[in-house]
Ligand binder design. Structure first.
Ligand SMILES: Cc1cc2nc3c(=O)[nH]c(=O)nc-3n(C[C@H](O)[C@H](O)[C@H](O)COP(=O)(O)OP(=O)(O)OC[C@H]3O[C@@H](n4cnc5c(N)ncnc54)[C@H](O)[C@@H]3O)c2cc1C
Length: 466
């Protein structure tokens, strides 16, 4: 490949803070607010003109992974609870207890955006929207800040500690930390996908819903649609007269811009094919229209750091606890087929219906697969994420939050949902603040003290009772 060498140039340092949070999604938002509430000066940098990440740009809902199935009790009563209560006040989400009873948080993306704005402003976070983090500033293995690009040009923001909440470990990767991607034998990650809102369906009856779903299912069996789920009548927004289908599936590398480009084109084409089919052939759907489609195709998995501890599938499935546990989750290894296969293939397990028909099923693949994926925990229990999984090897003063923490390919499928990412983010932001306020590197902070703060802040309630 031809290359071009950029000439060196001086760029303005537009801010200097204690903590930089890179990315304002379900993990970055709580990270920034938590760090600021601890007393650190915080700069939150986000590429879009709004916060929320996949919860807003991706229209992903409901927020999952924090509710114990039997008791309907949440294992994350921290900033996530506050976000939901404030969305509820705006009419954008049910009451917290209702979401717990429902097993997930349905909400309006616009309410999430507004609540995020309020939380960061009230906490005194210095917010930079429309700013793409292009590089990391590293000296002698210690991160000192990030380089951003925006309408004002190329700029630097310096910080004593950085939390990478970009979902793709962009900062860690550019800082030279060790990262991994996908399955060990072929690097493939879980398939990408997209949500959209289907409007003009308020008058659709239950029987028409069922009929449309069956019509779609038959087309999927015939290979005419490539969706993994025929359920067009998904209702995960606050206002249930709107459907929020989550059906598309695309196999590729979310860190490769050519794959991202093709994914957007293919998924939009498939979505419009569905709309035209519904209008023409599904009774009740004659006036349906997509509004909106998610701003971007969503990645379920991409780069993940190699940290001081690599969370495993067994940790997730056996509900393991850790002496340095800082976040909790209630989920399973929900590994969307990395080949992008669709109906009736859903998740990648050794008992997948594709079986030996899958070219990756045999040999080393089988060794990595789980016998089956328990859909939900029988014992009402949770697993924990150790603080060590937030600390990348290779760079100091850097913490990672969200779906790109240090976990195996399979365990990533157990921690990637937003209720868990929010808990990891709050823990990372709190740790970053403690690090700068006690003048210790993140690796050297008092983890017992960190956990005590997280208990007070609702993240590890009853921790010491277990
Ligand atoms: C199709 C699909 C369906 C899903 N379904 C569910 C579900 O039903 N329930 C559930 O709980 N979870 C679901 N998930 C998973 C969940 O949405 C994500 O794993 C979660 O949002 C990850 O949170 P995060 O904060 O780590 O990253 P993200 O949500 O990706 O947030 C990262 C933020 O960083 C910003 N950013 C990234 N790179 C840069 C950069 N270089 N410079 C500046 N800003 C940057 C982004 O704009 C974004 O705001 C789904 C995901 C997909 C793709």
């Amino acid at each position: 490949m031809r290359t071009y060498t950029e000439p060196p140039r001086a760029i303005p340092v537009i801010d200097e803070v204690d903590v930089i949070v890179a990315g304002g999604g379900p993990s970055g938002l709580p990270a920034a607010v938590a760090a600021a509430r601890q007393g650190a000066s915080v700069c939150l940098i986000e590429r879009y003109g709004f916060l929320g990440g996949m919860a807003t740009a991706g229209l992903v809902a409901p927020i999952l992974g924090h509710i114990r199935p039997k008791s309907a009790a949440s294992v994350n009563n921290g900033l996530l609870k506050e976000i939901v209560e404030r969305m509820h006040t705006l009419g954008g989400a049910p009451a917290w207890q209702t979401t717990c009873r429902e097993g997930g948080i349905r909400f309006e993306a616009e309410a999430f955006k507004r609540v995020a704005d309020m939380l960061v402003q009230e906490a005194g976070v210095r917010l930079l929207l429309h700013s793409w983090i292009a590089d990391a500033i590293v000296e002698d293995g210690v991160i000192r800040g990030v380089i951003i690009e925006n309408k004002s040009g190329r700029q630097a923001v310096l910080g004593r500690c950085v939390v990478d909440a970009t979902g793709d470990a962009d900062v860690a990767f550019r800082a030279g930390a060790f990262t991994r991607q996908g399955r060990s034998f072929d690097g493939r990650v879980q398939s990408m996908g997209i949500f959209f809102h289907l409007n003009g369906v308020a008058q659709v009856s239950k029987s028409q819903e069922a009929q449309a779903t069956e019509q779609i299912r038959q087309r999927m069996v015939a290979g005419e649609f490539r969706f993994f789920d025929p359920n067009v009548a998904n209702r995960q927004t606050m206002h249930r007269e709107v459907f929020s289908p989550n059906m598309a599936r695309w196999s590729g590398d979310p860190t490769d811009v050519r794959d991202l480009t093709q994914a957007e084109l293919d998924i939009r084409q498939e979505t419009w094919k569905l709309i035209e089919f519904l209008r023409a052939e599904a009774p009740g759907f004659e006036g349906c229209f997509p509004h909106p489609l998610a701003t971007q195709v969503g990645a379920r998995e991409s780069r993940r750091i190699l940290g001081d501890y690599v969370l495993t599938a067994q940790d997730v499935l056996e509900r393991r606890k850790f002496a340095d546990g800082v976040a909790r989750g209630v989920w399973w290894v929900e590994l969307h087929c990395p080949l992008g296969r669709s109906y009736p293939v859903h998740v990648c397990t050794i008992d997948c219906v594709a079986g030996e028909g899958c070219p990756y099923w045999k040999a080393e693949h089988a060794g990595e697969m789980l016998a089956s994926s328990p859909p939900h925990d029988e014992e009402d229990d949770w697993f924990e994420i150790p603080y060590r999984s937030l600390m990348p090897q290779g760079v100091e003063n850097l913490l990672v939050a969200g779906r790109c923490i240090s976990a195996s390919h399979q365990a990533t499928a157990g921690i990637r949902v937003m209720g868990i990412c929010a808990a990891i983010g709050q823990a990372a932001g709190t740790a970053a603040a403690i690090s700068v306020l006690t003048d210790r590197q993140p690796r050297q902070i008092d983890v017992t003290a960190l956990r005590q703060v997280l208990v007070q802040d609702g993240l590890l309630e009853d921790y010491f009772a277990h």
